[in-house]
Design a protein around this ligand. Structure first.
Ligand code: CP3
Length: 356
């Protein structure tokens, strides 16, 4: 048999810059990817999405796989992030939810009373795992393609508090007052709801891991609205339960979590902690200590600034990232829909030109 047509043996994923950084190693140049790299900033995404509702797109395997791959091809980022949404496992559980364009997740029946909590938590998290076949199929299709270049896929899920912030309110809110009220006025219901959300998100993560995700990110985007003591006692244990002892490394991200950044390590269950644009990475490194990789923290606002301003900022982020045991370059939050994709590609090239 001739080997002339055999594909080049590909490097194992464990030697990818992302997985090395998650293991605490410093590759020659820092890995870089962007939260919301798949999405409205890309014309090819907007074109594919015409006529399909967001959650239907998430549950159509070939569409979800293609959207996941678009930014990898375009930008040359060091990781793909699975195209899905934090409310997908709730849809799989049979909860009535839609994502309204320009607004976010909206629930037909908010979960506000002890009875509401009892009703929703009666759904078995195992039902989510059983219904997750379209998710597994989308991940398999994506990974088959990514494996050709040795690019890892990051799976993800919402953390219990951020999911509850939508579910208790019934939709997006600025300050998540109803969820914050429930957790202190009816701790029994809160712990039941957050415990259930933790199991549902864990089932979603496991489906992605079984199908080939090489790392996962837990999004607690709105945790920054909590007092540190409340985060510690009523939220962190549920987030930890969602990710503890998973077979792949975990990144834990929130916005405005500077006051309790060390708690975001989840007692070591998270290999990496995400930092938003407000907190310099050298200060963040001192808070999380020597056993945690940092991810972040380019200010998304500067994607719209003159290149000289953005370049100086990116160089400063990479420089400060040297204070951490390892650094994954990312934005401090998601790519804004109006961002110029050419600028994102240029940021990737810049990061790859800096020896870390
Ligand atoms: O590229 C990626 O980062 C992967 C895909 C991804 C999406 N949502 C796709 C999406 C990820 C990781 C998420 C997570 C998510 N979803 C979070 C946590 C991350 C964060 O931004 O803090 C949250 C809070 C949600 C809930 C949600 N879904 C919101 C607030 C919105 C925006 C609504 C809007 O139109 O502005 C969504 C919709 C959504 N999720 C879009 C995408 C690409 C936009 C949908 C569209 O194209 O209309």
């Amino acid at each position: 048999m001739s080997h002339a047509d055999a594909p080049e043996p590909r490097a194992p994923l464990s030697s990818s810059a992302l997985l090395r950084a998650l293991a605490g190693d410093r590759p020659e140049t820092a890995p870089v990817w962007f939260m919301r790299q798949a999405g409205r900033s890309l014309p090819e995404y907007r074109e594919l999405r015409v006529g399909t509702r967001m959650l239907d797109a998430c549950l159509t395997p070939d569409l979800a796989a293609e959207i996941t791959l678009q930014p990898v091809r375009r930008h040359g980022v060091d990781a793909a992030v699975f195209f899905s949404d934090i409310v997908v496992p709730l849809r799989l559980a049979g909860v009535e939810v839609e994502i309204e364009p320009g607004r976010g997740p909206v629930f037909a029946s908010p979960v506000r009373t002890a009875d509401d909590v009892a009703r929703i938590t009666a759904i078995a998290p195992a039902d989510v795992a059983a219904a997750a076949e379209p998710v597994r199929e989308a991940v398999r299709l994506t990974v088959a393609e990514l494996d050709r270049t040795g690019t890892p896929l990051i799976g993800f899920a919402g953390a219990p508090f951020t999911l509850a912030a939508y579910l208790v309110e019934g939709g997006p809110s600025k300050e998540h007052l109803r969820a914050r009220a429930m957790m202190q006025s009816d701790q029994g219901s809160w712990n039941r709801l957050a415990g259930w959300l933790s199991e549902v998100s864990r089932a979603f993560l496991q489906a992605q891991i079984e199908a080939g995700a090489a790392a996962v990110q837990l999004f607690d985007s709105w945790a920054g609205s909590l007092a540190p003591a409340v985060y510690r006692s009523l939220v962190a244990p549920h987030s930890r339960a969602a990710v503890t002892d998973l077979p792949v490394p975990v990144i834990h991200f929130g916005v405005g979590t500077g006051p309790f950044l060390a708690d975001m390590r989840l007692d070591g269950a998270a290999a990496a902690v995400g930092v938003d644009w407000r907190q310099p990475l050298d200060e963040a490194a001192a808070l999380v200590g020597p056993d945690t990789t940092l991810q972040g923290n380019i200010d998304p606002a500067l994607l719209g600034a003159p290149w000289e301003v953005l370049e100086a900022h990116v160089r400063d982020v990479v420089e400060r990232g040297r204070a951490a045991r390892a650094h994954i370059v990312n934005l401090g939050h998601g790519v804004p829909p109006e961002a110029d994709p050419a600028v994102l590609t240029r940021v990737v090239e810049l990061v790859h030109s800096i020896r870390s």
